[in-house]
Design a protein around this ligand. Structure first.
Ligand code: PMH
Length: 385
């Protein structure tokens, strides 16, 4: 396989950029043409790779990127991304000059923050800002009309500060019951009505709202999870109006194969005991890669067959019960498909009793990411070195 030689271990993730592009195009196709697509690439693009996903999304029609922290925005700038980048989280007021120099858009979420930012900002700087309104998420954001008006006044009077957008975030857009959502939407519209002047970008929708609530799109949407091919929740998964495809798969190769006799044990604590003669394979992936101990018992695909992880998962390795003897070097797919069988991110999320968002995010940076582009697997990491 092509991936050998690019790194020195037998575990890797594959991110299908063709699928990400198709997902972006599909979602965009569902939106009116004048609605801008803001691609949410925080947390290393939900574990998929910030630069590679940013480039794919921009190529497929996104016009802006969003990240959580300034470090993430700067990392993208350092890797050559020139598109507008919005920092959604709280930045430190003392860091505003770097943002201004790099053309990074920051979020104003409190009057007090804005005053501190003004103090820190150089005389000739120009800083782009989006105002964040807290309509019920309870995280960060302006909560009253009086604070909004005070912020707008400060922005109007300081020529270094450019109001580029205003937004909110919905807490329940991924639920079928839309009562709380509608309350938030109503509040956001009310807050918008208090502005003297509407800024160029007005946005509220995450993936779920962008797809399920046409009334909340304003002129931009912030899409994360659906771009990666995952439904925002199991509740709305059957209702999604566009077909999206999972982009993230995870693979390893069996590095050791052995036969265990009845009564022989496996891994720390010697908790697994073979009840008959079995074939066991060792995979070079463990909890330090994000394949956490709670995944004991989860199946992986070997030769197209489901093979359970037996015994405790170690830091760097785990063992699987093989369907039969297979050669060392056989690929084990932990997320993805082999033949007729598929292990989806949702299956792993359900085993972990969590949401699909968390799964690619917790696959640690020790796992190299390879990229599938135009149907071929390429190592975009090393090609940049
Ligand atoms: N906008 C903001 C402010 C967000 O925090 C997120 C995701 C998105 C847009 C994109 O949402 P989507 O992936 O559902 O499309 N934020 C988070 C979060 O903080 N925890 O899980 C998802």
């Amino acid at each position: 396989m092509e991936e050998q030689g690019f790194f020195y271990r037998d575990t890797w993730a594959e991110v299908d950029l063709d699928r990400i592009k198709n997902n972006v195009k599909g979602i965009k196709g569902h939106l009116p043409e004048d609605v801008e697509f803001i691609a949410v690439v925080k947390a290393n693009a939900y574990g998929h790779g910030d630069l590679q996903v940013a480039e794919a999304a921009l190529e497929a029609g996104a016009s802006m990127l969003a990240v959580a922290f300034m470090d993430e925005a700067l990392a993208l700038r350092n890797k050559g991304i020139t598109a507008p980048i919005l920092v959604l989280g709280a930045s430190r007021p003392g860091d505003v000059n770097i943002a201004a120099e790099e053309g990074i858009i920051l979020t104003v979420f409190q009057e007090e923050w804005l005053e501190k930012a003004q103090e820190a900002l150089k005389k000739d700087a120009k800083l782009l800002l989006h105002i964040k309104i807290d309509t019920g998420m309870g995280r960060i954001g302006i909560r009253s009309a009086s604070e909004l008006k005070a912020v707008e006044k400060i922005l109007e009077e300081d020529s270094r500060l450019l109001l580029h957008g205003i937004y909110t975030h919905f807490a329940t857009a991924d639920e079928l019951d839309d009562s709380y959502f509608n309350r938030q939407l109503g509040l956001f519209k009310e807050m918008l009505s208090f502005l003297e002047k509407q800024p160029p970008f007005i946005h509220g929708s995450n993936s779920a709202a962008a797809l399920m609530h046409p009334d909340a799109r304003f002129n931009a949407v912030r899409v994360g999870i659906a771009m990666y091919g995952l439904a925002p929740s199991m509740e709305i998964a059957p209702e999604l109006p566009v077909e999206i495809q999972e982009a993230f798969t995870l693979h390893s190769r069996i590095v050791h194969v052995k036969k265990l006799e009845k009564g022989e044990k496996v891994s720390y604590g010697a908790t697994y005991e073979a009840s008959e003669e079995i074939w066991v394979g060792t995979l070079p992936i463990g909890y330090a890669d994000g394949w956490i101990r709670r995944l004991q018992g989860q199946e992986v695909l070997v030769d197209g067959k489901r093979s359970p992880i037996i015994g405790r998962i170690c830091m760097d390795q785990c063992m699987v019960k093989l369907p039969y003897e297979v050669p060392v070097g056989t690929i084990a797919t932990l997320i993805g498909s082999q033949g007729q069988e598929e292990i989806s991110i949702n299956e792993i999320a359900s085993k972990l009793e969590t949401i699909n968002y968390e799964v690619p995010c917790i696959i640690s940076s020790r796992v190299p990411r390879l990229y599938r582009q135009n149907g071929e697997v390429v190592d975009l990491n090393n090609s940049l070195l």
